[in-house]
Design a protein around this ligand. Structure first.
Ligand SMILES: C[S@@+](CC[C@H](N)C(=O)[O-])C[C@H]1O[C@@H](n2cnc3c(N)ncnc32)[C@H](O)[C@@H]1O
Ligand code: SF4
Length: 392
């Protein structure tokens, strides 16, 4: 990474994490120390101190798109964890926001597709009024309609998923308007942000690298730069082979007495096969060396940018034994029915329900601590390629 990129990343980091309150800056420093050095694993008995990084809020798993590689959907488009008939109302979510605001500095709204949830803008505004930093991840389809409001409210970060050129993106997302709508949404947010001379929201593009788009990453960064976004985050595709899926099922059954909820949705190897990993690694190296720093480039999992061959190779090649996960020490996820889970990839690993218990009791409750103690021993078989692991 060159000096320009370091400076740009630093600037974005500051803007993303400390726009209003000194608490954000101090939390960011503590978190980076905790995550990077895995200091969290030193706490005894699976206990974890606050501050936590953020709370994921998932008001719905429903979505208007059926993306081919989505880890929430199988090949028939069925939602991985269908809780549709149990979704909470916006008013119930306000009660949850009150609790989150007592407990964490940041709330990350994600789905499914969060912008199809009723009165979502009202909930984002309510979160801000309660003093939370507010982040959203969206496919961007309905973003233009709410752009003005999001900037007015002061949403801190908007992440929009775009997987390539118009033809590619629409094919992957299986919708002929997906690209145009996402790009119009981003343009609308950036235009309002500029008109109001605001530095927020930070606008990020998530870009999942698959066999379909990997040859065009240079063109994609140029496109993102011309669009004016702040960050491009390249995501390594999450997928598992059949053997790993079976091991994962067995571990969840024997150690937690739960079924791996629709893990078939991770049967995405076909979108990874055939990638020329040597070529891709060279391209990524060149991209990092030559990038002028705008947009800032991020890679997820951390270190993925140096482990392309391992990430897109057979499951057995991944250096899982050396990897450690900090997620259960850093964040919790609230599902559409208020259930709290310690990992967003393990939807039925129940640790409590937000309307029945306060978040502090759930956070260091028996189920959460037991889960942390297990993860401290090493990731589960199905954890490979997860963005919370680090290859470094
Ligand atoms: C599950 S989506 C939910 C938010 C929203 N619907 C969207 O598409 O941005 C969250 C992020 O995961 C990414 N994603 C989906 N399937 C993936 C996979 N198999 N591997 C890595 N990232 C994936 C999406 O592109 C998106 O950036
Ligand atoms: S838009 Fe997001 S949640 Fe919906 S199918 Fe695509 S990746 Fe999955």
């Amino acid at each position: 990474m060159n000096l320009h990129q370091h400076l740009a990343n630093f600037k974005i980091g500051l803007r993303a994490h400390s726009p209003r309150h000194p608490r954000y800056l101090s939390n960011m420093v503590k978190r980076r120390l905790r995550c990077g050095l895995h200091l969290d694993h030193l706490w005894p008995g699976g206990w974890s101190p606050r501050p936590i990084l953020w709370v994921d809020a998932i008001p719905t798993y429903r979505c208007n798109l059926e993306c081919k590689m989505c880890f929430q959907r199988n090949d028939e488009g069925a939602v991985r964890w269908a809780l549709q008939d149990q979704e909470f109302s916006p008013d119930q979510w306000k009660l949850i926001i009150d609790r989150v605001a007592q407990f964490a500095p940041t709330i990350l709204w994600i789905g499914g597709e969060v912008l199809i949830y009723p009165r979502i803008v009202e909930l984002l505004a309510y979160s801000k009024r309660k003093g939370l930093k507010v982040l959203i991840v969206t496919n961007g389809f309905f973003l233009a309609n709410v752009a003005e409001k999001l900037v007015e409210i002061g949403v801190d970060l908007v992440t929009v998923s775009i997987d390539g050129s118009e033809t590619l993106h629409n094919a992957i997302r299986q919708n002929s308007q997906a690209f145009t709508r996402a790009v119009e949404g981003i343009k609308a947010v950036l235009a309002v942000r500029q008109a109001r001379r605001s530095s927020l929201p930070i606008v990020t593009i998530n870009h999942v690298i698959t066999r379909h788009n990997y040859r065009q990453i240079f063109e994609f960064v140029t496109f993102a730069r011309e669009l004016g976004v702040d960050v491009v985050q390249f995501l390594g595709l999450i997928y598992l082979d059949q053997t790993t899926m079976q091991c994962h099922r067995e571990v969840l059954r024997s150690e937690f007495s739960i079924e791996a909820a629709n893990i078939d949705a991770l049967d995405n190897s076909q979108y990874a096969s055939g990638i020329d990993t040597t070529w891709l690694q060279e391209q990524i190296n060149t991209l990092r060396e030559t990038s002028p720093g705008f947009p800032a480039l991020r890679f997820c999992p951390s270190g993925f940018e140096d482990y392309i061959e391992a990430h897109y190779g057979p499951d057995g090649l991944l250096p899982l034994a050396h990897q450690r996960c900090s997620a259960p020490w850093q964040k919790m996820t609230i599902q559409p029915n208020g259930d709290v889970i310690g990992c967003c990839k393990l939807p039925n690993l129940y640790t409590g329900n937000v309307l029945n218990e306060d978040l502090e009791s759930i956070w260091n409750g028996q189920a959460f601590r037991r889960f942390r103690q297990r993860i401290k021993q090493g990731p589960l078989p199905g954890c490979i390629r997860c963005g919370w692991l680090s290859y470094r």
